[in-house]
Design a protein around this ligand. Structure first.
Ligand code: NAD
Length: 353
């Protein structure tokens, strides 16, 4: 199992170091893991003048999975757009054809008070959002800003090919099969033709998965239901722009951005695994970032790319164990719990493992 390790910028190197400790434990036990590190984002620009250096892309293509920290930082904000760290991230997703983005929203009962919603609304929440990642209005052509009738107009194209919907549908149904067998497809089919096709293809694909109960919801209602009663959902699937917004809303249900992992998969379940948060320049270098989202990203790597569910469960249980011991980084700390640093949290997970 060859893993490309891309720490990136800001707190990226600090949190990835903790996840690497976990991988090293597994390697010491006999797992055949090879890890190689390369720069991406601002670190890529500093090293090679490119947020996605050729050598980093080559390493990532050859690897079975990619572990990423985060990219970006104020020192790179004045660069030309193609050189900005975030461009490196968009490009690697596109180059590796990572079309299915999996974002779990999970709330450990001990952290229910960290959510902005009432504890009984979110306690034991376990929701998976599958977002299509390489199509939709973010990539559709034509796009641009031009002058028409004497004024500027901006335009983008919402576009999905049947095959793009079908492949993400199969991923989502496959995941729903391994979870609660309930899939909610989110669209805006009452207004958009693009969504009408999305819905038709979802219904066609559902015939291959008779055990999964498929439902449909308009995106505006889905936004409301996610805040009103999020536990009604098991697995959700949606297009790129709706998923972008809904998955960020869902991440806040669980209190801290420092707890949530993500996976982006291609057709063969090769994937890139990363925490959903950014590079947190405000806490960089202070050894206070929460590494659990990155460690849980390694669990997702085992679950989805290596298909080793036992190890995935083991890593997730080690995280549950440190939470129930009362150990907290400062983002999730509350009275009566024990504040630990980023590296102490990593060590605690290793011990629990
Ligand atoms: P951010 O996610 O970096 O930080 C938002 C807030 O959450 C900050 O207060 C930060 O301290 C806190 N936070 C984030 N991760 C944390 C962790 N693991 N533990 C404890 N606290 C944590 O978002 P931002 O401030 O909007 O962006 C900062 C930089 O990150 C920008 O350059 C942005 O472009 C980039 N960014 C990158 C990614 C990515 O790499 N996937 C995602 C979002 C933002």
């Amino acid at each position: 199992m060859k893993i490309a390790v891309l720490p990136g910028d800001g707190i990226g190197p600090e949190i990835v170091a903790q996840a690497v400790k976990v991988l090293e434990v597994l390697r010491a036990e006999g797992a055949k893991i090879e890890m190689e590190t390369a720069p991406i984002g601002g670190a890529g620009y500093d090293a090679a003048g490119d947020p996605l250096p050729d050598a980093t892309l080559k390493l990532s293509r050859e690897a079975d999975a990619v572990l990423l920290g985060a990219v970006g930082g104020p020192q790179y904000d004045a660069l030309d757009r193609p050189l900005r760290p975030e461009r490196g991230l968009l490009r690697i997703r596109k180059e590796l054809n990572l079309f299915a983005n999996l974002r779990p929203a999970l709330l450990y009962p001990e952290l229910a008070s960290a959510s902005s919603l009432k504890p009984d609304v979110v306690s034991n929440l376990d929701l998976m959002i599958v977002r299509e990642l390489t199509g939709d209005v973010y990539f559709g052509q034509p796009r641009g800003i031009e002058v028409r009738n004497g004024e500027r107009v901006g335009f983008n194209t919402m576009l999905y090919a049947e095959s793009e919907v079908r492949r993400v549908a199969h991923v989502a149904f496959g995941i729903a099969m391994k979870r609660g067998k309930k899939l909610c497809s989110v669209d805006k089919a009452n207004v958009l033709e693009c969504s009408e096709l999305w819905k038709e293809v979802m219904i066609e694909v559902s015939k291959d998965y008779p055990e999964v109960e498929l439902s449909h919801m308009y995106v505006d209602n889905a936004a409301m239901q996610l805040i009103r009663a999020p536990k009604q959902f098991d697995t959700m699937v949606t297009g790129n722009i709706f998923g972008d917004i809904l998955s960020d809303a869902a991440s806040m249900l669980s209190g801290s951005i420092g707890m949530l992992p993500s996976a982006s998969l291609d057709e063969n379940n090769k994937g890139m695994f990363e925490p959903i948060h950014g590079s947190a320049p405000d806490i960089t270098g202070k050894n206070m970032a929460n590494p659990l989202a990155t460690i849980l990203s390694v669990a997702m790597m085992y679950r989805y790319t290596f298909a080793d569910l036992a190890t995935a469960d083991r890593i997730e249980n080690a995280v549950k164990n440190v939470i129930s011991q009362g150990l907290r980084t400062s983002d999730i700390w509350t009275d009566g719990t024990q504040k630990v640093s980023c590296s102490e949290m990593g060590d605690a997970v290793v011990k629990a493992l």
